[in-house]
Design a protein around this ligand. Structure first.
Ligand code: GN1
Ligand code: MG
Length: 358
């Protein structure tokens, strides 16, 4: 790996960097925290160029969106990310190996979680993403499509069909049951996406990776501070942000729990999240968005099943794995979650209905 102190030295940080340590367990990028002798600490990330084919465009998106948010909030250094440019003025540094690096401020006195401990926490998460969408509702610059067809299931099926026929990891034969699970729901999920394609569901600025661990909480007040990991900010349906969040907040366990019996959609968490989200968005959602809000978690959980399984079939090329069957375990765990959602779908719809009437 490149010399991290040399890399951080390329950026316009205050003071001198005194140490760099790994932080967190992202599936995609490599993340480090940087200590300095100046007033701030920083986050240094090596952006995964296999996942993000155009890092400069991605950084432009992030800079534009955070600048927009900063103009509206009380505490611009805490209520969104602050991108620190390189000394040459670019928003990234490309090292001798062609790897892309980016830096942002570390926001002190904050905490992240992997599993929602209480409905109050889920409610705060809903407020966080609702506010994020609301702050960006008047953002009117085009955003780059950072990952082609990211939550577009029609495009995912194109990739899926290719993966099944290439079978690069020679594993398709061993996961027929899981493949059937995906195929049985293909038409239903395409039907949802069709409403995005034909404009029934409007395009908005969305975060696209809203799992709980991508939300910062203020460690003193316990309240939500802001959404982080803005790599996938793009234009999409706002429903996907809700769906992806529910996939993590309302799961009784972590997304890759190998004990599938522990996996379940918790309606109390679901209701609390939706209550928080709708407190920010009730007035501004279109009728079609309200109508399909309850379906969004099923759509995104389904997409996640497909993506994990596809990566398993491909031979683990996209997600980092901690053990050989990790992508298969993730697939099965998310299948259990989707089944639990399907069983409780009527209740999910009822909860949205009564929250909308509040
Ligand atoms: C990835 O970047 P990270 O680790 O927060 C992925 C998401 C998946 C998630 C599953 C760019 O999120 O789409 O939902 O893993 N991000 C990308 O945990 O593919
Ligand atoms: Mg990410």
């Amino acid at each position: 790996m490149a010399d991290l102190l040399d890399i951080i030295g390329r950026f316009a940080v205050e003071g001198r960097a005194t140490g760099v340590r790994p932080l967190g367990e992202g599936f995609i990028n490599d993340t480090f925290i940087v200590d300095t002798d100046g007033p701030f600490r920083y986050i240094l990330q090596r952006k995964n160029k296999n996942v993000f084919p155009d890092v400069p465009a991605m950084m432009d998106n992030i800079a534009a969106v955070t600048a927009h948010i900063k103009r509206k909030v009380k505490d611009p250094l805490r209520e969104t990310l602050t991108v620190i440019p390189a000394k040459d003025g670019r928003l990234y540094h490309q090292d001798g190996d062609g790897e892309y690096w980016a830096v942002c401020l570390f926001i002190e006195d904050t905490v992240t979680y992997d599993v929602a401990a209480t409905p109050a926490m889920a409610r705060q998460g809903g407020i966080g993403i609702g506010r994020f969408q609301a702050l960006l509702s008047d953002f009117d610059r085009p955003l780059a499509e950072v990952i082609k067809g990211f939550h577009n299931i029609r495009w995912r099926f194109t990739q899926w069909d290719g993966s099944l026929s290439d079978d690069l990891g020679r594993r398709a034969g061993s996961v027929q049951e899981e493949i059937d699970f995906v195929e049985e729901r293909r038409a239903e999920m395409l039907g949802f996406w069709k409403m995005v394609e034909d404009g029934t569901l409007p395009l908005r600025v969305t975060h696209n990776d809203t799992k709980l661990s991508n939300i910062l909480f203020d460690s003193r007040s316990g309240e939500v501070l802001c959404a982080i990991d803005l790599d996938t900010v793009m234009s999409s349906t706002s429903l996907n942000d809700v769906g992806d969040a529910i996939r993590s907040y309302a799961n009784a366990t972590v997304e890759d729990d190998p004990d599938y019996a522990r996996v379940a959609l918790r309606l109390d968490m679901y209701e609390a999240y939706m209550d928080g989200y709708l407190s920010q968005r009730r007035q501004t959602l279109a009728p079609s968005e309200k109508e399909w809000l309850a379906f969004a978690p099923l759509y995104i959980t389904y997409e996640q099943v497909l993506r994990f399984l596809m990566d398993y079939i491909d031979g683990d090329r996209y997600y980092k794995i901690r053990y050989p069957e990790h992508n298969l375990v993730r697939t099965r765990s998310q299948m259990a979650l989707l089944r639990s959602m399907e069983k409780q779908y009527a209740s999910m719809q009822g909860i949205v209905q009564s929250l909308l009437e509040k």
